[in-house]
Write a protein that binds this ligand. Structure first.
Ligand code: PLP
Length: 474
């Protein structure tokens, strides 16, 4: 028994047809709905019994075309601007296929794929203004990259052998972030045994940015109470509004207080790739650790995130392990050791680096800057359109690519319910997709733009759709 095809040329014909189909789908995206609900017959069909007998690749692909392809959440569509979900890149799709074809195991080893990952990490460190000596790791998500960063921080600042002793010692560690920090931080402190009680959420200012003077006060108070401050999490591009914390001030405070400075730059850090936008995120290059996602503003397929630290030794000593079956050798396949397994939790890792390597080489970095600048310009343009449109109001400052707004006709009072209905009707219309959040307790429509496929006329269509739907609201 083998999983290889009995007839490679018949397999190749089927494979080419599958490639043609998905490329055809991508080329026709603008004429398709941005999203449509999964019909009940499709739900039923996707609940079929275990396929004990072979159905064949052609039949499985036909099911894919019918049951799966039309019913995704829409993030590759030019009029999708919800939840900071990247739009993907057909070039990276090819890289994914090549990587799966080679199927190398990326713990490390003496192999070119490991050199590719190391090179991509050097490129990313350079793009983020980190020193050449930095260490880094490609991770499965922004959440995972941030978690690894915080794990290194905890290890670095514990003051004792945390790996050996665990968290049995007191006083409790404390981590600081703002009220706008993404939910990953709570998961991370829970997961790392620090505990949610010890995540201090410093109130944000009117522009949803962490306030350094309140941060300093909280650190001093914790020290006075015998707690053990460990790390500050700053965000470059908050999930709700795209706010950028005052990174230079927080960097300075962390240096004074000898705390680990971690930056969550999930999407916002990539603004640094644009010379025009880089000043907005100045200071992230001073982070002890920085997490960001290439599957958001970098448009790589899910999933590819990155963690960089400027402390390679601390990073390594937080995770490295050398079991007898992985002891590096002088020659042979293990001559390279398993450097990537030594920097995180995964031993077996995919060749995700190929996506970045192939796309960076194909497009060149200037294209990424241009796409990011285009997105920010389009959000500014849409904001200006909304400000000129009677009945709509902007709910939060928008320094980057996230815009929070609502429909607020003067005659109506329950604006939360109204906008909730507007959101759902917009999504169900298939004309465009945005998501929602709460701004100062008010329900807001939230547009988060990392989509390289959107044109100005896509935003005109969004405004038209919002106006058409708003007209018919009860
Ligand atoms: C600011 C911020 N941090 C972290 C995350 C989590 O990233 P991921 O969804 O890749 O885990 C997100 C997701 O949108 C985010 O916007």
């Amino acid at each position: 028994m083998t999983f290889d095809p009995p007839d490679w040329s018949a397999f190749a014909a089927q494979a080419h047809a599958m490639l043609d189909d998905i490329l055809g789908h991508l080329a026709a995206l603008p004429s398709r709905p941005a999203w449509q609900p999964v019909p009940s017959e499709v739900r039923q069909a996707l609940n079929e019994p275990l396929p004990r007998q072979p159905q064949g690749l052609a039949a499985a692909h036909a099911d894919f075309q019918r049951l799966i392809l039309p019913y995704t959440n829409g993030n590759i569509h030019p009029r999708f601007w919800a939840w900071v979900q990247g739009a993907g890149d057909p070039h990276a799709m090819l890289a994914t296929m090549l990587a799966a074809g080679l199927n190398p195991m990326l713990a490390g080893f003496h192999q070119s794929p490991a050199l590719v990952e190391a090179q991509v990490l050097r490129w990313l460190a350079q793009l983020m203004g980190f020193p050449d000596s930095s260490s880094g790791l490609l991770c499965s998500s922004g959440t995972a990259a941030n978690l690894i960063g915080l794990a290194v921080a905890r290890h670095a600042k514990a003051g004792y052998d945390l790996r050996e002793e665990g968290l049995s010692r007191r006083p409790p560690f404390v981590v600081y972030c703002s009220t706008e920090t993404h939910g990953w931080a709570r998961k991370a402190v829970e997961f790392l045994g620090i505990g949610h009680r010890h995540l201090r959420r410093i109130p944000a200012d009117d522009h949803f940015r962490l306030q350094p003077h309140l941060l300093r006060k909280a650190i001093l108070q914790d020290r006075a109470e015998g707690h053990h401050p460990v790390a500050v999490i700053a965000t470059a591009g908050t999930v709700n509004t795209g706010a950028i914390d005052p990174l230079p001030a927080i960097a300075g405070l962390c240096a004074e207080e000898r705390l680990w400075f971690h930056v969550d730059g999930a999407f916002g850090a990539l603004a640094r790739w644009s010379p025009a936008l880089a000043p907005l995120v100045e200071g992230l290059e001073r982070a002890d650790s920085l997490a960001f996602d290439l599957h958001k503003w970098g448009s790589l397929p899910f999933s590819c995130a990155c963690l960089l630290t400027r402390h390679p030794e601390l990073h390594r000593s937080a995770f490295a392990l050398t079991p007898p079956y992985m002891t590096p050798t002088q020659r042979g396949i293990l001559a390279g050791g398993v450097p990537f397994a030594d920097l995180g939790i995964d031993l077996t890792r995919p060749f995700t680096a190929l996506q970045a390597w192939l796309c960076f080489k194909t497009h060149g970095l200037a294209a990424y800057a241009a796409s990011i600048e285009q997105n920010v310009r389009q959000v500014r343009r849409f904001e200006a359109l909304l400000r000129r449109t009677p009945g709509f109001e902007i709910l939060a400052p928008s320094p980057l690519n996230v815009l929070c707004f609502r429909f607020a006709p003067p005659s109506l009072s329950d604006l939360d319910a109204l906008n909730h209905e507007l959101l759902l009707r917009l999504q169900e219309s298939g004309r465009a997709v945005v998501s929602s959040t709460l701004i100062h307790g008010r329900f807001a429509l939230r547009l988060a733009h990392v989509n390289h496929r959107s044109t100005d006329s896509d935003f005109d269509e969004l405004l038209q759709a919002l106006q058409d739907i708003a007209k018919d609201l009860p």
